[in-house]
Design a protein around this ligand. Structure first.
Ligand code: HEC
Length: 102
């Protein structure tokens, strides 16, 4: 019985992880509720970036490959930390969610 409960709990965690809206909650602090905020008045508004570019940027931040790219504030390390726990599926889900925020 305990095992079954654990499996259900794990399945829920999995579903949560691929939920773009849920993932975006932690991004909102910096990028705005509607992904419409210029963080520190410099980072481009997320909804104005081409979706394919946005996803590529997220993957590059995770890999530690961009720092201060278009935002030019040399805070790639912050984004690396944000992306560290996201899988490719999570990034795709949150990217799709951002596209719905216009
Ligand atoms: C603590 C603040 C903070 C949080 C939280 C945060 N970001 Fe960022 N984000 C930044 C900063 C700072 C940059 C610019 C980094 C640099 O200098 O390259 C950035 C850049 C980006 C870019 C690239 C923008 C461009 O110029 O093309 C994307 C895409 C992005 N963030 C998505 C996200 C997503 C999705 C999340 C949530 C999973 C998130 N961020 C959470 C601060 C944050």
């Amino acid at each position: 019985m305990k095992k079954i409960v654990l499996l259900i709990a794990l399945a829920c965690v999995g579903a949560f992880a691929a939920d773009g809206a849920a993932i975006y909650k932690k991004c909102a602090v910096c990028h705005g509720q509607k992904a419409d905020k210029k963080y520190l008045n410099k980072v481009p508004v997320l909804t104005e970036i081409d979706p394919a570019q946005r996803l590529a940027d997220m993957k590059a931040y995770k890999a530690g490959a961009i720092n201060g790219g278009k935002g030019k504030i040399n805070m790639g390390a912050i984004m690396k930390g944000q992306m560290a726990t996201l899988s490719d599926a999570d990034m795709a889900a949150v990217n799709d969610y951002i596209s719905t925020l216009k």
